[in-house]
Design a protein around this ligand. Structure first.
Ligand code: ADP
Length: 614
């Protein structure tokens, strides 16, 4: 006995769990609704009203159908003009209802189309606003980056899709409810049978959707790979190498292989879903038609009128169609939910705000590293170890060291793209973390090795160095003069107005060295910055240009602190201070002459390069 009870209990629990799971598709409904409301309250209300109308009218139309048939039967029996006119007026009334229904459905379509555009824009803006608050570390964290890419990829369609489906489901529910109301006059049992018959299909549909929802989630890395392959194959900046190394065939094969694998999974799922859907649908259809036969029998026995029979017939037919539509909506809701879950995970990710508020230094001490060590997030291997150095105002520092020795990382810490794991960095006596981040950023001008080649005009490419003076022609002139870009810009047909890059019409491509001159000019554009950070700023320039720049470099940057990474000793030697890095540590420091006298690593590298030029 007890055993039976226990298994009964288990059975109920299982059903409860399944139902709860099935209902979880509504979880993000409220949030999506909030989003839609924020986007356009007017359109949301319009959609709600049109949905209500589209949900209620079918039952009214079915009821008028009954009045028509009963009216026709009555008029043909009585032969009275008044009965005939009444029947005709019912026909007119039905036509009117149909016209209203059509208007409601059109209205629904139009409102949804408008909302789709607005909502897509709203979600994209939300995502981009969030992206602006992120730190570099977030962009370098693949999991987080995934979330952002996924959020962006379907921003225009998913939120509205969920809303349409929720409203659609509401409409179907309303129609089915009013149909049930009509059916109730016939028998409460008919209604109960129909509801019970619907449950298996509902569960099957949600179960399969859940499955495809999981597939969707697992797949995200594969989909990303596919996107990446598409990019390699179809973007202009990769075309050169893909063609010359003849990578096309291999890349396309990989692209196909990924698809084939995904398709196999998809096909099985789709077939299974089809078969189960059909079988469980049969159950519902069986129940529908049993009830239908029952209605026919009652009509033959004269217990219900012909009009009523017609109405029930319509109710059954349309009820089934509505029901099928509702099931399809539910199918898509899982994926919509997945999207929204991902979107909100991204939007709600807490980003620690920079707490610094100091806008002035305590003393004009310059830059000071005190025992700074650093590990990249998710790595335990220190990339910088116990770095200490001091750079006074106006001093120039050069960093030398082999690839991977930590030079760029040191710059990332100095520009506060990352925070030291231990130790501290001071600027004018104040810890970098305590500086107001905007004030700090304004003080720094920087060129990274992989600086951005904006697909803007030449002038704007320079102007972005100081966004507040983005379009000031005078400033462009001064900056490009310093960056040695002026001569070739003057030779361009449209000068500063020349569009750069190949993405937009009339765009012109520059050579690597020319781009570097633009980047250098950009750094000089930031004339209010008193710290200039240059990572290999002249590596792509010809020897003469480089010489020219460094001959003037001291006068160009008289009041600025400069941190320069370079592999060219001709450049490095003019610095006041040189540090030699190896394996994350400073192994030598001093002026060019001091380091040569020490006869260590620096002297060795210098003599190697000097020998090369002999
Ligand atoms: P350098 O500029 O001297 O060539 P880097 O500072 O770029 O060297 O790199 C130092 C070390 O830090 C390298 O071993 C590199 O693998 C590692 N590294 C660089 N960037 C990252 C990153 N974003 N995440 C994890 N490790 C990194």
């Amino acid at each position: 006995m007890a055993k039976k009870k226990k298994s009964e209990l288990k059975g109920w629990k299982l059903i409860g769990k399944t139902m709860r799971k099935s209902l979880s598709i509504f979880r993000y409904g409220i949030k999506a609704l909030g989003l839609v409301w924020q986007t356009s309250a007017v359109l949301t209300v319009a959609i709600a009203i049109f949905t209500l109308m589209s949900g209620l009218l079918p039952a009214a139309i079915a009821y008028v159908g009954k009045l028509i048939v009963d009216g026709v039967v009555l008029a043909s029996r009585s032969g009275l003009i008044s009965d005939r006119n009444l029947a005709l007026s019912y026909v007119g009334f039905e036509a009117l209802l149909i016209v209203i229904l059509a208007a409601a459905q059109k209205g629904l379509n139009v409102s949804q189309s408008l909302l789709r555009v607005l909502l897509g824009q709203q979600v994209n803006v939300l995502i981009l606003e969030k992206a602006l608050t992120l730190e570099l570390a977030h962009f370098e964290d693949s999991e987080f980056y995934d979330k952002m890419t996924q959020a962006r990829s379907q921003a225009s369609s998913r939120p509205l899709s969920l809303i349409s489906r929720i409203f659609g489901l509401g409409q179907s529910a309303l129609t089915l409810l009013t149909f049930s109301g009509l059916l109730l006059q016939f028998s409460v049992w008919a209604v109960i049978v129909l509801v019970l018959a619907a449950i298996p299909s509902f569960i099957a549909e949600t179960k399969f959707s859940e499955h495809s929802f999981r597939l969707f989630k697992w797949r995200s890395p594969e989909t990303r790979q596919q996107h990446y392959l598409e990019t390699l194959l179809a973007r202009e900046d990769y075309a050169k190498e893909v063609q010359l190394y003849q990578l096309g065939g291999m890349l396309l094969r990989r692209y196909r292989d990924i698809f084939d694998r995904l398709y196999d999974e998809d096909r099985n799922l789709t077939i299974q879903k089809g078969i189960w859907g059909y079988l469980l649908g049969l159950l519902s259809t069986g129940a529908f038609y049993a009830a239908y036969a029952w209605i026919v029998i009652e009509a033959i026995a004269g217990k219900i009128s012909l009009g009523e029979m017609t109405m029930y017939l319509v109710v059954f037919r349309q009820g089934q169609a509505t029901f099928a539509a509702a099931l399809t909506s539910i199918g898509g809701m899982y994926e919509d939910n997945l999207y929204l879950a991902n979107l909100y995970e991204f939007l709600e990710q807490p980003i620690p705000k920079s707490e610094g508020y100091i806008t002035r230094g305590i003393e004009p001490d310059g830059i000071r590293f005190e025992n700074v060590s650093f590990c990249y997030p998710e790595s335990t291997e220190p990339v910088l170890k116990d770095i200490s150095l001091h750079l006074k105002h106006g001093e120039k520092l050069a960093i030398v060291g082999e690839n991977g020795s930590g030079k760029t990382t040191l710059i990332k810490l100095l520009t506060r793209l990352y925070v030291p794991t231990s130790g501290r960095i001071l600027l004018d006596g104040v810890d970098l973390n305590d500086w107001d981040i905007d004030v700090l950023r304004k003080r720094i001008g920087v060129i990274f090795q992989n600086f951005v080649q904006y697909q803007f005009t030449v002038g704007e490419n320079v102007g972005v160095g100081d966004v507040e003076r983005l379009n000031e022609y005078q400033e462009w002139e001064v900056a490009t003069e310093k960056g040695m870009a002026k001569p070739f810009i003057n030779n361009m047909p449209k000068g500063f107005s020349t569009q750069l890059g190949k993405w937009f019409k009339g765009g012109q491509e520059l050579s690597g060295g020319q781009w570097q001159k633009i980047a250098l000019s950009r750094a000089f554009m930031r004339s209010q910055a008193d710290i200039l950070v240059l990572d290999e700023p002249t590596a792509a320039m010809d020897a003469e240009a480089e010489m020219n720049i460094f001959n003037h470099f001291r006068s160009l940057t008289k009041d600025q602190m400069v941190v320069l990474i370079s592999h060219r000793f001709s450049t490095v030697r003019m610095a006041d201070k040189i540090i030699v890095m190896a394996d994350g540590k400073i192994i030598e420091q001093g002026s060019h002459e001091q380091l040569l006298a020490t006869d260590g690593r620096y002297a060795h590298l210098f003599s190697l390069q000097a020998a090369g030029y002999k």
